[in-house]
Design a protein around this ligand. Structure first.
Ligand code: NA7
Length: 533
């Protein structure tokens, strides 16, 4: 084997890339290389260092479960891990298994081309290196290609501007600055309170209001840490059993199984508990519009009670979608931030941004002088990064063209016409609808088993068919249509946040346990739907 020639190349060194390297290298003894664009490991958490950047999953679930040793050795400090602590954790895992020596940093893959004659993938990098590999595994994350909206005049702005997903390594100094923040998704809701505390003034430009429940973050007590350590097996089983891969269960009760008084008590109880588990208060919140209206009205009432400025409260609660059907944010003092004297809110649905000039943002009715603009405007999610890798499969088929009308995959794991390539948490898998490390472990283990099966049977090539992909696409659609999720107009789950992106509901909404069962049945049925040569 020549230099730069591998059994497996993994693109990306986040949660998925690290675990995949460990499994293929240390379990299957393959010669592996991880190629990572960043100058450090961490994936999402390498890039997302914006003020307030923190995971929305509780730390005792946002963790690897594959190794009890890691689980017992590592100790999270807070209920929700912050970005720096997550990087520390991933570096600890990487050092523990000596993964670093097989990770090449500062290496951006700019193309991947399947060579049919030799049944190999050829990868080119930005720094002009060429690699070949038998297996290509994309571990590029679902939300890693940033979306900076194409606003007229942005290039003329003389202040500083940043996208939250590409935040400078050295912290940005907001002191004495007039800051404008565009976007109020999970990221914007985390960032605004922290920026407001540091900046002279913050103007938030909101397109769509977002439901948010208090995170109720705190430092973990000794007792809780002990509980976590003593319950490794229980927690490991729990995250695999719940539809979203979190360490909380969704209630079996339906919203209208109980009377009004009990319903309100439940909402209050879950509001006090805080976090994403609010969506588990009743079983039918995401599937029944009336049930959803009830929960949405409770949240609307809560927000209106917090925000003192009546005009702001109206803008913040003028919802156009059901609760939980866009990715639900959780927050620390987000709505309270609008009670500060140095914070202003602009409803850009009513007063749209016209252009950016040298000194600020011009809306239809106003002008906002700014020193710094923060784009918390999200991502070209799920397909953007894969398409940008410039992947070409059999018969010179480009992924970009194959996905012209939306992503087509088999199980979100493989793409017809792209042999020996696996996509960890690809479109068509539960991915972003779950706690990511849980979904990642399931995918990595499935891929490892599949490659092991090929090695044992001396198969050189795995692919899938167009027919299977179309069938799987129908199942993904059916699962989504059983919920209210596809009813949202502006949802990145549907690609609707990116101009001209096809509108297809991309993640599998049938729940992680159902999905895992489907994958296991396929595996146990000699990988039905896959073709081996
Ligand atoms: P999101 O959830 O996509 O939020 C992006 C926000 O930016 C959202 O409020 C958008 O409004 C707004 N946006 C996007 N484009 C524009 C333009 N052109 N003009 C004005 N406002 C715009 O991204 P996040 O980074 O917050 O969260 C991503 C994921 O990270 C999150 O779901 C978690 O999984 C972690 P819109 O709602 O589209 O009207």
């Amino acid at each position: 084997m020549t230099k730069n020639s591998y059994d497996a190349i993994i693109i990306g060194a986040g949660f998925s890339g690290l675990y995949q390297l460990y499994k293929l290298r240390d379990q299957l003894n393959l010669n592996c290389r991880v190629l990572e664009k960043g100058s450090g490991i961490g994936g999402t958490w390498y890039w997302n260092r914006y003020p307030g950047a923190r995971c929305d999953t509780e730390s005792h679930a946002y963790t690897y479960f594959f190794s009890e040793e890691i689980f017992q050795e590592w100790e999270w400090s807070e209920r929700y891990p912050g970005h720096a602590e997550i990087r520390k954790y991933l570096n600890y895992v990487s050092n523990k298994y000596s993964l670093n020596k097989d990770i090449q940093l500062d290496t951006e893959v700019i193309s991947a081309t399947y060579n049919e004659k030799n049944n190999l993938w050829i990868l080119k990098t930005k720094n002009d290196e060429t690699f070949t590999t038998k297996f290509l595994i994309t571990a590029v994350g679902c939300i890693s290609t940033t979306n900076v909206p194409d606003i007229k005049g942005l290039n003329k702005f003389e202040g500083e501007y940043y996208h939250t997903g590409n935040w400078p390594k050295n912290d940005v100094d907001f002191s004495g600055k007039k800051v404008g923040q565009i976007g109020t998704g999970s990221t914007g809701i985390q960032a605004a309170p922290v920026i407001a505390e540091k900046a002279k003034h913050l103007t938030v430009f909101q397109r769509t209001p977002n439901f948010s429940v208090p995170a109720r973050n705190n430092t973990l007590t000794k007792e809780f840490k002990k509980y976590v350590k003593n319950n490794y097996n229980e927690l490991k089983s729990l995250v695999k059993e719940t539809p979203n891969g979190h360490a909380f269960r969704i209630s079996e009760k339906l919203t209208f199984d109980v009377g009004e008084k009990e319903r309100e008590q439940k909402y209050e109880e879950f509001w006090e508990k805080g976090g994403l588990q609010f969506r588990g208060v009743f079983k039918d919140i995401i599937t029944n519009k009336q049930a959803n209206d009830s929960a949405s009205n409770f949240l609307k009432k809560k927000i209106s009670q917090v925000v003192k400025n009546k005009e702001f409260a109206k803008i913040l609660t003028n919802f156009d979608h059901p609760y939980g059907c866009k990715r639900p944010p959780i927050d620390t003092n987000y709505f309270e931030t609008y009670n500060r004297d140095n914070v202003h809110l602009v409803d850009i649905k009513k007063d749209p941004i016209i252009e950016i000039d040298k000194t600020g943002i011009k809306t239809e009715k106003n002008y906002f002088k700014l020193d710094t603009i923060v784009f918390a405007t999200g991502y070209d999610a799920m397909t953007g990064t894969l398409i940008n890798l410039n992947i070409t499969g059999e018969n010179s088929l480009k992924l970009k063209d194959y996905w012209n009308e939306g992503p087509k995959t088999y199980l979100g794991l493989q793409i017809a016409g792209f042999p020996n390539m696996f996509t960890i948490t690809g479109p068509g898998s539960p991915s972003v609808l779950t706690n990511m490390p849980t979904a990642i472990e399931q995918h990595v283990e499935w891929i490892t088993n599949c490659i092991s099966f090929m090695i044992k049977n001396d198969f050189k090539k795995i692919t899938t068919s167009e027919k299977e992909s179309v069938e799987w696409g129908k199942q993904v659609k059916e699962a989504a249509d059983k919920t209210l999720l596809p009813t949202v107009k502006h949802s990145w789950y549907l690609g609707a946040n990116i101009p001209n992106k096809p509108r297809v509901f991309m993640p599998y909404a049938g729940g992680l346990p159902t999905y895992t069962k489907i994958c296991e049945n396929i595996k146990n049925n000699n990988y039905k739907g896959f073709l081996f040569y």
